[in-house]
Design a protein around this ligand. Structure first.
Ligand SMILES: Cc1ncc(C[n+]2csc(CCOP(=O)(O)OP(=O)(O)O)c2C)c(N)n1
Ligand SMILES: [Mg+2]
Length: 549
């Protein structure tokens, strides 16, 4: 038995089914141990994509995804994925190789200090120096990655330690830990605050999307009947059809949903994580805020709660609902604003303009996605449109990154979703800029035999920055490029490709792509003039005209 065998046995003990990445010669003992194990090695074409996939595994299942790379260049390619998992609170374990640490026959060839590089990007970064410690270090790595607040952990396994003969040390057994619920005094304070509120609102933040929380949250909202809105990453946390959804705060102020937020006297912020772009800006005059979270609130200039309920969120909410159910005559005070807000958001969703408006694209995507279908977004202008306009009814069916907000994660996260849920429709929505940042993974998707549709929105530009440039009064400069022929590009990777040629074409093209199976890229030209018209001009003007009931 070698160090590498102990590592792979420890991964099996954690229930790991696959490891994503690109090995180097320093990992060959690990690769050999994987070959003889139950764990699948999923090769990617870039380490960054491997990290995005592993992080998405953590996000969707709560169990850390695992990625693997060589030393130096490969390990450095994991860093954006590490930051993605750290800011997004996604459990992930990264394993990287290194030259031998007991001898240096290759001097410093390819050697950089990866552990120090990873330290600020992870919850723990650790070099393994002895095979016998591997079982306990791996257990600790998964514990740290998965416990609240979840995130990435880095383990460096040097070549000589991986190849070193070792006694057969058993893996450390896993056990479940039930985190504490909020204490009675904090529950009393929260109870009083909510009881006294005249116009309460619930906000669901990023941590509300933890995979195991969906049921408890839906229950809380249903029992209390307080209308709710969500942050971008809190989208889809509550099962739909509740009639209480007020909208998504994709902007920090002045959007239609802020008409409700601005009038609330209490906002119960469940799972808010200040890594997100602020869903609203707290000020001295604003509503009271009750923070409900696994961890205490991080205080910021724009977020400083008046009271906190800290503990395991599901059971804590249940205790609260037990005391409050049926005792809140004001619960629905802000509900009358709902129809107007949702009507404004839904405006112009069926226009036939070509190139298509973002509203039409969101609307049509919703038509072809079943309730449990999963849409993963890359980062670009359309993210704001999907966050505002796309209605979700099942938890974690719109995966977007409003934390690191990196481009390039849309396709890899869709690949992970398609691997996990083979019987659900999965759609990646990417800009023409972001898609090209990890488009090499189209080959990975076809090699894995996945069913996956990729929708690429074409404006031949880094549209989001071009929009901001215009909004801020700068000249139109430096943001445009020429796209490849996306249909040919998809075909070159063994995928299928289609182009949408009219507004009416989008739904049937997507339907045919899903029906045909396999990997299918659909490119659609988008008209972003709506971004300035709605998100700037219209929202600037609407506050004055808004009719309060
Ligand atoms: C890795 C990375 N680089 C740069 C940015 C800054 N950025 C945010 S959106 C954007 C443009 C995205 O262009 P595209 O993918 O074509 O989407 P569009 O906005 O045009 O729909 C850029 C450059 C980023 N978020 N991530
Ligand atoms: Mg673009």
């Amino acid at each position: 038995m070698k160090g590498a065998d102990l590592l792979v046995a420890a991964l099996e003990n954690e229930g790991v089914k696959q490891v994503f990445g690109i090995p180097g010669e320093e990992n060959l003992d690990v690769v050999e141990a994987l070959r003889r194990s139950s764990i699948k090695l999923v090769l990617t074409r870039h380490e960054q994509a491997a990290a995005f996939m592993a992080a998405t595994h953590g996000r969707l299942t709560g169990e850390a995804g695992v990625c693997l790379s060589t030393l130096g260049p490969g390990a450095l390619n994991l860093t954006t994925g590490a930051a993605y998992a750290l800011l997004g609170a996604m459990p992930m374990v990264m394993i990287t190789g290194q030259k031998g640490i007991l001898s240096r026959k290759q001097a410093r060839f390819q050697v950089v200090d990866v552990v120090s590089t990873m330290a600020p990007l992870t919850k723990m970064a650790h070099q393994i120096v002895s095979p016998v410690t591997i079982p306990s270090i791996v257990r600790e790595a998964f514990r740290i990655a998965q416990q609240e607040r979840p995130g990435p952990v880095h383990l460096e396994l040097p070549e000589d330690i991986a190849g070193e003969k070792a006694p057969a040390v058993s893996p450390v057994p896993r056990h479940t830990v039930a985190p504490p619920v909020a204490p009675p005094a904090a529950l009393d304070e929260a109870f009083e605050l909510i009881l006294q509120a005249e116009r309460p609102l619930v906000m669901l933040g990023a941590a509300a999307s933890r995979p195991h929380l969906a049921h408890a949250l839906s229950d809380f909202v249903r029992r209390l009947q307080i209308p709710f809105f969500n942050t971008q990453m809190g989208k889809g946390a509550v099962a739909g059809g509740s009639g209480l959804y007020m909208g998504t705060a994709a902007l920090s102020e002045r959007d239609y949903v802020h008409q409700a937020i601005d009038r609330a006297d209490l906002i119960i912020c469940i799972g808010h994580d200040t890594v997100e772009k602020p869903p609203f800006l707290m000020g001295p005059m604003g509503p009271k805020v009750l923070h409900v979270g696994y961890l205490p609130a991080t205080v910021e200039e724009v977020y400083f709660p008046h009271a906190e309920l800290v503990g395991d969120v599901g059971p804590t909410l249940e205790l609260l609902a037990d005391r409050l159910e049926g005792r809140l005559p004001n619960a629905g005070a802000l509900s009358p604003l709902r129809e107007q807000i949702l009507a404004c958001i839904g405006d112009r969703a069926t226009e036939s303009r070509y190139p298509l408006t973002p509203q039409r694209i969101v609307h049509d995507v919703r038509q072809v996605m079943p309730e449990d279908g999963i849409v993963t977004l890359d980062n670009g202008m359309y993210k704001i449109w999907f966050a505002r306009n796309y209605r979700t009814r099942v938890a974690n069916t719109l995966l977007l990154d409003n934390a690191l907000a990196t481009m390039g994660a849309g396709l890899p996260s869709a690949i992970m979703a398609a691997m996990l849920y083979r019987d659900r429709r999965v759609l990646a929505v990417c800009g023409d800029g972001g898609f090209m940042m990890n488009s090499q993974e189209m080959e990975t998707a076809t090699r894995l035999g996945l069913n996956l549709v990729v929708l690429v929105l074409q404006d031949n530009a880094f549209g989001m920055i071009r929009w901001k440039q215009a909004v801020d009064g700068f000249g139109d400069f430096g943001m445009t490029f020429t796209d490849p022929d996306f249909v040919a590009y998809a075909k070159a990777d063994g995928a299928k490709g289609s182009r949408v040629d009219s507004a009416e074409d989008l739904v049937p093209t997507l339907e045919a792509a899903f029906a045909g199976g396999g990997v299918h890229l659909v490119s659609v030209p988008v008209d972003y003039s709506e971004s300035a018209r709605v998100l700037v001009d219209e929202l600037r003007g609407h506050a004055a005209e808004w009719q309060y009931p």
